[in-house]
Every structure is written in structure tokens, then in C-alpha cells.
Design a protein around this ligand. Structure first.
Ligand code: GDP
Length: 298
């Protein structure tokens, strides 16, 4: 219900738009396909996913000799569903000791997502620790402390302008001595210097290798759903600096651009792990493509 509510503007945009096309045409002709294509692209589904979805639809309509637009709509929704299913991953790291690096540019919802993630894992009974490795913004650390408080998890902070490596070193020590399960690391959101980010991540990983051995590593990138195609560009750029293992797509509530989730799945080979649907601590949901499509179309 929350998902449905969160996606209401996107639903308004995409599902209504599609309905308009279907009610405006009584025949399935070239103009119909063009209108449909435009509607999907306007809905931020992206050119790549849109062509795949429409191409498949054309084929099905031909093969099955479909002339009823209503039946065509059902196929369209199923094609979108299929397009998104490819992103679902069964793999769950949650049973192993894991370090999650949360990366992304400033303002996308990184700090908020770290807090929400901490609450999710804590509620699953995990011992969670947060590391404030974004030492460049004092405000970020203060904000993260508040989130750690809300989530009821301990947090390791460094000095403003200090070395993120020393925060990681302290965090690794605390992780061991408290026998924690999951360490969530908030990193600095600097994209303008890829080499710098790469160096910083590998330095932190080296410290973790040494202190914690081979605990699992995850690199989650946070993308702001309201930025549309920009989000995809950011993922590509960060992908050059880090091996991204998951996406957190934020701010899907209150935006009509939620179709970007389809584009992300289609264009990036990275699983969408969570979606943000609000500002509160429990407004982060595990991404499930079926639920997502259901929330948009039913
Ligand atoms: P950071 O700079 O990337 O660490 O971003 P913040 O975590 O500080 O978030 C920036 C703003 O986005 C804050 O006002 C958050 O409340 C807001 N925000 C983060 N995630 C969501 C979300 O899923 N939905 C909404 N509506 N707002 C969000």
C-alpha cells in the first residue's frame, strides 16, 4: 500500500498516459505504436527499454493476430514486467558478515539511505555499525549521527577533514570487538575526481582486508529517482571507479519520473536493491519488480 501510494505520481504519469493511448485508438496501427512509444519515453522509461518493449509487442500482435487494443494493453504491461524481472536477484548477503559502502553524489539521499538500511538490518536482528567516512562535510556527520540514533545503532565518526581511512580503521576495530554483522559506510560524494574516489575506496578496502579478513563487500550506489536520465549517467561514472553491486533508487515518492526504474534495469547491469519512498526511517523498501509493476498498473 505504501509502495502504491509512493508511486502515485508515476502511476498517474505512465499508467494514465498509456490508458489515454489505448482509449484514443480503436486500431493497432503505426500511429498507435508511435503514440505508445512517445508515452513510455515521456514516462522516463528510456529509449532502450521502450524500444525493447514496443518491439516485443509488435511481434506478439502480429503472431497472435491481435486487433483488440485492450488485449494489447495486457501484453504491454507483461512486457514491462518481463523487462524488469531481469533485475531481480536471489542473492542475499545478509547472512554473512558484510561491509556495505554507500556511494553517490551529494544530495541524492545517501545519508538518509544509510540510516534506513541500518534500521532494516537491525530489525532483522543483525548487529549493525555505521561508519561516517564522509569526513569532508561536518554537517553530513551530524546528520548521520541523528540517523544512527533513530536506527538505534552505534556509529564511528572521524574528525572533520580527517582521514576516512582512520575512520575505517576504528570502525573495523569496533566491528571485531562488538562482533557486528553489518558495517555500513557513508562515503564522500565526490564524483569530479574519479581517481581520488577509486584511491579512497581501495585504501579503505585494504584496511578492511587487513583488519577483518575476507568479509563480504558490497558497493551500493544511491541514485535520485527525480533526476531521470541523469541517474543513469551517474551510475555509469561511478561504475568506472567502483564495482557496483547494487542500486538504491531514492525519492520515488512525489516524482512522476519513477519510470526511470525501468530504464535503470534495462540499461545498467546492476540489481536495484532498495527504493526510497519517503523521508521517514521505514521508507526504504526492498525492490521487487513484480510489486513495482503491480503498483504502477493495478
Ligand atoms: P546526501 O547528501 O546524499 O547524503 O543526501 P541526504 O540523505 O542528506 O538527503 C537529501 C534530501 O533528500 C533530504 O532532505 C532527505 O530527506 C531527502 N530524501 C532522501 N531519500 C528520500 C526519499 O526516498 N524520499 C524523499 N521524499 N526524500 C528523500
Amino acid at each position: 500500500a505504501k509502495l502504491q501510494q509512493g508511486l502515485s505520481k508515476t502511476r498517474e504519469n505512465i499508467a494514465k498516459g498509456i490508458d489515454n493511448v489505448f482509449s484514443g485508438f480503436s486500431n493497432i496501427d503505426e500511429e498507435f505504436y508511435e503514440e505508445l512509444e512517445e508515452t513510455l519515453i515521456m514516462g522516463d522509461i528510456g529509449i532502450d527499454a521502450t524500444s525493447k518493449i514496443i518491439d516485443r509487442l509488435r511481434k506478439q500482435v502480429k503472431e497472435k493476430h491481435i486487433s483488440d487494443p485492450a488485449e494489447c494493453k495486457k501484453l504491454l504491461v507483461e512486457n514491462i514486467r518481463e523487462q524488469m524481472n531481469t533485475a531481480d536477484d536471489a542473492y542475499d548477503f545478509e547472512d554473512k558478515k558484510t561491509v556495505i559502502f554507500v556511494i553517490g553524489v551529494n544530495g541524492v539521499g545517501k545519508t538518509t539511505s544509510v540510516g534506513k538500511l541500518a534500521a532494516i538490518y537491525k530489525n532483522k536482528g543483525k548487529k549493525v555499525l555505521i561508519a561516517a567516512a564522509d569526513t569532508y562535510r561536518a554537517a553530513a556527520t551530524e546528520q548521520l549521527k541523528e540517523w544512527a540514533d533513530r536506527a538505534g545503532t552505534p556509529i564511528i565518526c572521524g574528525k572533520e577533514g580527517g582521514d576516512p581511512g582512520s575512520v575505517i580503521y576504528d570502525a573495523a576495530f569496533a566491528f571485531k570487538s562488538r562482533d557486528c554483522d553489518i558495517l555500513i559506510v557513508d562515503t564522500a560524494g565526490r564524483l569530479h575526481n574519479k581517481k581520488n574516489l577509486m584511491d579512497e575506496l581501495s585504501k579503505m578496502n585494504r584496511i578492511l582486508d587487513k583488519e577483518l579478513g575476507d568479509v563480504c563487500r558490497e558497493n551500493f550506489i544511491v541514485l535520485d529517482g527525480t533526476t531521470g536520465q541523469n541517474a543513469i549517467m551517474q551510475a555509469r561514472e561511478f561504475g568506472e571507479a567502483a564495482d557496483l553491486t547494487g542500486i538504491i533508487l531514492t525519492k520515488l515518492d512525489g516524482t512522476a519520473k519513477g519510470g526511470i526504474a525501468v530504464a535503470i534495469v534495462s540499461e545498467l547491469n546492476i540489481p536495484v536493491k532498495y527504493i526510497g519512498v519517503g523521508e521517514a526511517i521505514d521508507d526504504l523498501e526492498r525492490f521487487d519488480s513484480d510489486q513495482f509493476v503491480d503498483a504502477l498498473f493495478s
